[in-house]
Design a protein around this ligand. Structure first.
Ligand code: MTE
Ligand code: CO
Length: 425
């Protein structure tokens, strides 16, 4: 906590620096910090960075984070990494605030590595049950009327998938970090399909990537016409290669694998395809041997990002708990937080925009006196759907699948502040 203003004032340093105003934070309870025994050199001494001129304006033509933020990176999990090209890394959710994921920190999931595509040589074809098969260049799309600009979350169907049988990975980066939330701009897929002219028997699409995995997914036409986008920007600039440069499909609220990157072709058909991604993957095997197929929608989910195992509690007294909530069915309506393993709940304060199919940020300001905590969050969306407990989920879905685990997460905070992934039974 900041040092007491009164103490600093007595030594007469604050009035001159203009920090006095910044120290008087309105209203919130604060812990009393002991008055410093000696003058604080970080206030009284001239620091290195003030002795010489800093870098000029062209020293960093494309900016990057401070050297002191080097630890804020996407990370992978060794035993989940069979090969680097067909693997995943995770968004450091515990290091972020707000709702937008910085482009360089968006988790990556590739089935065949990152395709490095020359945009001048990239084409998007629309074929199948259309009147006029079409081929678009990127320039054609940039001149196409009706461009839109939207923020959506993307969650991999396997996010939290390692947690079905019990608490396993120690950090929200690893348990929940296969999600990102990005501003996109592009063209509604409907506009491109209208241009090609859909035949009356059109019912399904096959979206295909230009990467070496030749990733394809079947998408119902209704969804494509409702809100899917073909995009080329993320967070205001061109897509990153990792996210599908130069073209990607956006399938709001639906599982991440359908958001085909390096999008090169959309075929229109009258029934779903049964390709690799529909058969060997993205089908959920139930306890009784039956399978759930085409489980497209990502149900409401939330996680407390701070405190969490990678971001333990370090101070007694006032603390800020924060986290993220999202739903593939619409906007988040409410988030409740429990500090005692689900016995008592309080409603979290949501701040920032609450947009449908986008991450939503919540906060709870609380006092910690060093007692053990079992922190949970529970999201509710505008359809009235309430995020289930892991046990409720297992009763319906068993533990055979790795997909669609949106159960309530528990973090145990020990009296020394260390925080662990646990389950309450
Ligand atoms: N598209 C192509 N062409 N190739 C891929 O390997 N991976 C899919 C999807 N689109 C993939 C793809 C999966 S499983 C997910 S979860 C998302 O992209 C991940 O998107 P991201 O890398 O932007 O996080
Ligand atoms: Co995925």
């Amino acid at each position: 906590m900041p040092r007491e203003i009164a103490t600093l004032n007595r030594r007469g340093f604050l009035a001159a620096t203009g920090l006095a105003g910044a120290g008087v934070v309105a209203g919130t309870p604060r812990a009393s910090a002991a008055p410093p025994a000696a003058p604080e050199p970080l206030i009284t001494d001239v620091q290195d960075w003030a002795r010489t001129l800093g870098d000029g304006v062209q020293a960093r033509p494309y900016g990057s984070p401070s050297q002191f933020e080097k630890h804020v990176v996407r990370r992978d999990v060794e035993w989940l990494t069979a090969s680097r090209e067909s693997s995943v890394n995770f968004t450091p959710l515990h290091e972020l605030d707000g709702i937008i994921t910085p482009s360089g920190l968006c988790f990556e999931r590739h089935h065949g590595g990152i395709a490095e595509i020359d945009p001048a040589k990239h084409r998007l074809m629309i074929n199948g049950l259309v009147d006029k098969p079409m081929v678009f260049t990127l320039d054609d799309l940039k001149r196409f009327p009706g461009r839109v600009n939207r923020a959506y979350f993307l969650e991999c169907a396997a996010n939290s998938g390692m947690e079905w049988r019990g608490a396993q990975l120690n950090g929200c980066q690893f348990t929940h970090g296969m999600v990102h939330n990005v501003w996109y701009s592009g063209i509604p897929l409907k506009s491109l399909l209208d241009e090609a002219g859909l035949r009356t028997n059109a019912k399904w699409l096959l979206a295909e990537g230009a990467d070496s995995s030749g990733m394809t997914r079947s998408i119902p036409l209704d969804k494509a016409l409702k809100d899917c986008l073909v995009v080329w920007t993320m967070n205001g600039e061109m897509l990153r290669p990792e996210q599908g440069y130069p073209l990607r499909l956006v399938v709001p609220g639906w599982e991440g694998n359908m958001w085909v990157k390096w999008l090169r072709r959309i075929e229109v058909g009258d029934q779903p395809w049964h390709h690799r991604e529909e058969t060997s993957k993205y089908t959920d095997l139930l306890a009784d041997g039956r399978s759930r197929r085409f489980t497209f929608i990502m149900d409401a989910k939330s996680v407390v990002t701070n405190p969490s195992p990678q971001a333990p509690l370090r101070h007694k007294g006032p603390n800020v708990l924060t986290g993220l909530a999202w739903s593939g069915r619409g906007a988040i309506k409410r988030v409740d937080v429990s500090l005692d393993g689900g016995r008592n709940w309080r409603t979290a304060r949501i701040d920032g925009p609450v947009m449908p199919l986008s991450l939503t940020r919540f906060y709870v300001d609380f006092d910690w006196n060093g007692q053990e905590l079992m922190i949970q969050s529970r999201a509710m969306d505008e359809t009235g759907y309430v995020q289930p407990t892991k046990d409720e989920l297992r009763r319906v879905r068993g533990t055979n699948s790795i997909y669609h685990n949106n159960g309530i997460q528990t973090w145990l905070v020990r009296p020394n502040g260390e925080t662990e992934n646990v389950e309450v039974g």
